[in-house]
Design a protein around this ligand. Structure first.
Ligand SMILES: C[S@@+](CC[C@H](N)C(=O)[O-])C[C@H]1O[C@@H](n2cnc3c(N)ncnc32)[C@H](O)[C@@H]1O
Length: 201
């Protein structure tokens, strides 16, 4: 387990939890990496990536989370290495931008009848996996060949559709970490991007 920098967590922002640490412990950021931290939350992953990689962008649909990440980059003197943008998945990322590592600890739980202020951080769609599937498609357009995509999945959601999305978008997949929690098992999947599939007419 790595040493974690000090960060603050704002109200309404997801606090670093078991899934955060499982994901970050599974990634080896290197000096030459360009990193996109999707759903950056309080910014722990963005700060850690910025300590190692040459360029880092954190994005989150929540403005509070984007501001929280920016403040934590400043707190750790990393604001020159990393930028933060409010974005729904990768919609605000230029089509020309390519990364060597993209990570996402997504909202991965299936929707239920009880809505809370933190649904944006927990609920990934009716089956729990819809947002992750959409993310994989978008991320495949922003990875270099051989680039790595890391994502957290839960046995409470439909992981088979996530695996299918990985394969459809040209990834080779492996499970690189897992942890059993009270009601579920969470896993980190690593997809290595093998290039856009050619369309044969
Ligand atoms: C489980 S939290 C993870 C936060 C942080 N990365 C961590 O691991 O502690 C999921 C994050 O994804 C963000 N999120 C949810 N839907 C999103 C979307 N469509 N685009 C970008 N971020 C999204 C949430 O606001 C939340 O900050």
């Amino acid at each position: 387990m790595r040493e974690y920098p000090e960060i603050d967590v704002s109200d309404g922002v997801y606090p670093p939890s078991d899934d955060t640490y499982l994901l970050l412990d599974a990634i080896n950021f290197k000096a030459e990496d360009s990193v996109l931290d999707v759903g950056c939350g309080a910014g722990l992953g963005t700060v850690i990536a910025a300590c190692k990689a040459s360029s880092v962008v954190g994005i989150d649909i929540s403005l509070d989370a984007a501001k929280n990440t920016a403040a934590n980059l400043k707190r750790n003197n990393m604001e020159r290495t990393a930028g933060v943008v409010q974005s729904d998945l990768l919609s605000a990322i230029s089509s020309r931008s390519k990364f060597s590592i993209i990570l996402f600890n997504p909202p991965y739980l299936p929707a239920d009848d009880n809505s809370t202020m933190m649904d944006h951080a927990h609920i990934g769609g009716k089956l729990g996996s819809e947002l992750t599937q959409k993310f994989i498609g978008q991320a495949s357009r922003h990875l270099i060949d051989g680039g790595e995509l890391f994502v957290v999945v839960s046995t409470l959601a439909d992981t088979s559709t996530v695996m299918k999305a990985f394969r459809n978008y040209g990834f080779q997949i492996e499970r690189v970490a897992e942890k059993s929690l009270f009601f579920e098992k969470i896993q980190v999947l690593r997809g290595i991007f093998r290039g856009q599939k050619e369309t044969v007419l």
